[in-house]
Design a protein around this ligand. Structure first.
Ligand SMILES: *Cc1c(COP(=O)(O)O)cnc(C)c1O
Length: 431
């Protein structure tokens, strides 16, 4: 099986974290997001331990909460001692509702509105990650109006191509995110930032991309960032102690994907950085990373009920499910690969090659093309694996489909963490 939380029960059904998925579909309805709470906590602890061992005090992983955002997950992050990344007032509000201590939140986004900035400051968000000069001016002005000094990191683009998909590569010079080092604009930004009395510059941030497997991506990134910090130290005589290397470690969606040994990878980055700092005669910064996908992806599984099985003789076969691009837009957006299993009979011999498609009025509404399945019957349950990241958080109400519920699983318990949207929910804001 793709992941150790997937097993086959004695009744032949697919089990997830020890629970019968067919029984869960019957109890909670479909489409249904399942989230393995045990795995989320394991992943958070794995990062925390790796950071303690490799980087020492002051360094910490932050959960990039855009990957999957709802109240319960912020409670879990708080319980596990994780910091968080947030990218909007909506995420900040959700974290507040969960009692998350916002001094331990880092506020991202390439275009924070004045309203967002004021809201985040009023709620006490600890750190802003500033994308560009206009935004910096707005933050400095609003901090001034509130009589505050705001701690920030400057987001820089180190000019690294992480060899991932184009749509999720973000660290190249021409990216929409951040300020480029190569063009000299980053250096100018630092000088300008240091002139602003309401801003405290803690250091720098970069994020080169997502679903990164490339061996030395973070080493190469840290080389560029450390050199830049060293140049700033020499020129401006300020410490700039924080370096945030962003998120992005890849996860396994299908058998052919590699697997990143994250603690080993972090330990290699740390050793590389210690050597670089010695060579550059500088102190090792406090390091942050912001994993999203690698915290929650393999904790997720989506269940659907099979509807129409359509065979177009001589052409292709379609298996339609009761969800689709509304609950998982990732194939439509990026052509993402997924593993699909027939939850009723995961070990039956595959005898049908088909496209698994959704119920939306859109030809691109494909969950996954070219899947080999035991021919499913109407009413059977299909499971799509590794859907914990960027599924619920990207879900929409296209075609007025209600968003699915999220059911969390522990070893001995299943509980609803996000209720299924009702038809009434869909018209709640219609006047
Ligand atoms: C999306 C994003 C992350 C998380 O990336 P993952 O691939 O989910 O680990 C971290 N930092 C920033 C700035 C991001 O935009």
């Amino acid at each position: 099986m793709l992941s150790s939380n997937l097993t086959v029960g004695e009744n032949g059904h697919l089990f997830f974290r020890g629970h019968d998925t067919v029984a869960l579909a019957a109890e909670y309805g479909t489409p249904l997001y399942l989230l393995d709470e045990v795995r989320i906590r394991e992943n958070m602890r794995m990062y925390r331990r790796a950071f303690q061992e490799s980087f020492g005090p002051g360094s910490a992983p932050l959960y990039a909460s855009k990957a999957n955002c709802f109240k319960r997950i912020y409670e879990i992050a708080r319980e596990e001692g994780m910091g968080i990344d947030v990218v909007s007032s909506g995420e900040i509000y959700t974290a507040m509702q969960a009692g998350f201590p916002l001094e331990n939140a880092w506020f991202h986004s390439n275009n924070k509105t004045d309203w967002d900035i004021a809201f985040a400051m009023d709620q006490g968000v600890g750190h802003f990650v500033v994308d560009n000069r206009e935004e910096l001016d707005a933050i400095a002005r609003i901090a001034g109006e509130k009589g505050k000094t705001q701690k920030i990191l400057l987001r820089l683009t180190p000019g690294i191509d992480p060899h991932t998909y184009e749509a999720v590569a973000t660290g190249k010079v021409d990216s929409k995110f951040g300020t480029a080092i190569e063009t000299g604009q980053a250096k100018e930004m630092v000088a300008y930032t240091l002139s602003l009395p309401t801003i405290e510059l803690e250091g720098f941030h970069c994020h080169v991309g997502s679903q990164v497997f490339g061996e030395d991506v973070y080493e190469r990134t840290s080389d560029i960032m450390l050199e830049f910090i060293r140049e700033c130290r020499d020129r401006f005589h300020v410490p700039l102690p924080v370096l945030d290397l962003g998120g992005g470690y890849g996860v396994r969606y299908v058998d052919r994907d590699g697997e990143v040994d994250i603690p080993a990878a972090i330990s290699r980055v740390a050793r590389h950085m210690q050597q670089a700092c010695a060579r550059l005669d500088m102190a090792m910064p406090q390091v942050h990373m912001e994993p999203g996908r690698s915290i929650v992806a393999d904790a997720g599984l989506t269940l659907y009920t099979v509807g129409t099985v359509k065979k177009i003789t001589g052409y292709k076969n379609y298996v339609s499910v009761d969800g689709g691009m509304t609950d998982n837009p990732r194939y439509a957006l990026y052509g993402s690969a997924y593993t699909v299993l027939l939850a009723d009979r995961p070990e039956a011999k595959p005898d049908l090659r088909c496209d698994v498609v959704g119920r939306c009025c859109e030809s691109g509404d494909i969950v996954q093309p070219d899947v080999d399945l035991p021919e499913p019957r109407r009413g059977e349950i299909l499971a799509v694996c590794t859907t914990g990241a960027y599924n619920y958080s990207m879900a929409s109400n296209y075609n007025r489909l209600p968003r699915p519920a999220t059911v969390m699983l522990t070893e001995d318990r299943a509980y609803v963490a996000v209720r299924r949207e009702s038809l009434e929910d869909l018209v709640r804001n219609d006047i």
